[in-house]
Design a protein around this ligand. Sequence first.
Ligand code: ADP
Length: 329
Amino acid sequence: MQQSKSSLQLLTSFVLVYMVLAFAWWAVQLWRENDRFFEVSSQLLETRYGGPKRGVNLTELLATAEYQALVQRRQKHRRMILAEGIFFTLCLGFGLYVINRSAKRELALARQHRNFMLSITHELKSPLAAIRLTLETLHKRELQREQLEKLCANGLRDAARLQTLVEDLLLAARLEDNWRPVLEPIDVRSIAQDCMANLLVRFPAANITLAIPADLPPAQADKPGLTAVIQNLLENAVKYAPEGAAIQCAVEQTNGILRLRVADQGFGIPDAEKTAIFEKFYRIGNEDTRRTTGTGLGLYIVKQIVQAHGGMITVTDNKPKGTVFVVEM
Ligand code: ADP
């Protein structure tokens, strides 16, 4: 992919340099032709007026209307050559810029789709294999109560992972289909507590602190939508940080605006990636080397839901390390 990108840049630069040189060559040729035409025409004029019958001297010749018309014609053609040369070069540059930009976008999209296929295959394969193993063990072996419970808990966790994945895919598809939030009064505190409880099942070492006032007034929002927002932000804070790193989730409401802040002490997000992470299927790094599970849909879903509520999401660095996501809606 990187190779196609550099070949594209090379080709664009080559075409641009070639066309600019070609334009410059034609402009010089036209310029010379214009000057030659002027010289020949003024010589003809000189012969005509300077003949024995007329006897007009050079100063008088330069003042004649015909000579002045020739000078003006030469100037006009020079201006035309210059203006058209500049105009064509600008058009060419702009055209190449547009082509280059859309080709780059296509390449990025192709890379994201490839990453998505790789990650989704992995995301489906691992829990399915684990569930199958669990069922085979249950089928073939006599187990004690304690072992049975452990195995069932693992199986349920894998099934929940599959369910979340399918729900994310469905939600992403629905969001593209002009999704509108169904607003209702919501207890954000209890939603956040549920999300945290769900996460603790999958990540028992997660160290999440909720800072939500008990008297927080109900927020007007879409319940499944807001749940997906909190769930995804908390899950990312857990996934992209060392095990047990502190995560803080704070919610407040001022002047009717709900403000949700999720801060982690994780690996952080480079400034250059802070916009791209909200794109569909975008994941930082390369799928071949990446360890953390995911599909690149989480933040895309979050942003779409927040925007559908007329809100906004921002991402900044945490101090001394990590990331802070703030949602206002
Ligand atoms: P997924 O987690 O499935 O990869 P997301 O859309 O939720 O997809 O996130 C996109 C990318 O943004 C992730 O792959 C990860 O690299 C980065 N990211 C998201 N949240 C965080 C975070 N809290 N800390 C560090 N990186 C993050």
